[in-house]
Design a binder for this molecule. Sequence first.
Ligand code: NAD
Length: 357
Amino acid sequence: MRSQICVLPGDGIGKEVTDQAEKVLRALEKRFGHSFELERALIGGAAIDETGGPLPERTLRACRESDAVLMGAVGGPRWDGAPWEKRPEKGLLDIRKELGLFANLRPAVIFRELAGASLLRPDIVEGGIDLLVVRELTGGVYFGEPKGRDEADGSRSAYNTMRYSEQEIARIARVGFESARKRRGRVCSVDKANVLAVSELWREVVREVAKDYPDVELSHMYVDNAAMQLVRDPTQFDVILTSNLFGDILSDEAASITGSIGLLPSASLSGSGFGLYEPVHGSAPDIEGRNQANPMAMLLSLAMMLRYSLGLEGEAKSVEEAVAAVLKQGFRTRDLAHSGETVAGCSEIGDLVAEGV
Ligand code: NAD
């Protein structure tokens, strides 16, 4: 099989971690007989320095001509004071919009070897946590119109609109159900249907879409309860399906209970299965260029790309298992190491995972 992948290293540790993903892709080529054509392009601060803007037309074209996009991270203090048009983070928002990436998938997994890193009590996480938040990314209250501010009789007020069309709800629901089919077959749809009209419609449409997925078990939960259940008993969840605002909050909550930002992957998908895959962390300028970055979030994002955009489930599993094996053998990057444990560098972890796939 031949696939075209656009690689966007970005800034800071983005380049260091995408180098490890390329290594692992080359190892997968040898092991499984695939051919991955990689095209590197600029985004973020690196693109600003070279072309004057954070998302050059050439980069967008390279993304559109690819089967999937693998991105490192953008940003850094050098560009912090610049006007918004020349900020690396603008490249992130623009690429999501330009590529129509409406579904954000964020797994929260606790590797047994790292259960001690979780912020939760050991008895809560001992069964292992493995859930996936599927968040709608381009609608809801962040984008709804009208929005703005008023002033009357010397008093200020401000407003936003939480609006979803049934088409927007149906397409994200499908992503949720399809994802559940690739996992343990359960979707928990999170809303606030006891108060919000938009959530009533959300629940109605999710139920309608569910009829096409009789093999997937559907449940509903109010968002306030979901926030509580996530810390009380996160093992009860498989796929959490939710809107932009609720997903923003719950995916960070779910991530934080795993305890380490260097381990968290993400995917942003369009309707056609096309997607952009990136670690949740930023460009970590404080450790840039020191071979100290943990590449595992990037490598787990690569596994998501293999699974969701390229349909290579076996290859995705082999990357995830190789990462788990490296942890089991006791290798830790600085962010994970306790005192007394041997610290491995970013490229060393990349080599070990590449050998292990
Ligand atoms: P950050 O995620 O870059 O770093 C936070 C802390 O976590 C730092 O101490 C860093 O060293 C550590 N860390 C992050 N990733 C790590 C890894 N893989 N291995 C080991 N340690 C890691 O967040 P920040 O410091 O708030 O932001 C730095 C820059 O990144 C900013 O310019 C910000 O705008 C940008 N940013 C970009 C993205 C993205 O590209 N998606 C996301 C968040 C932040």
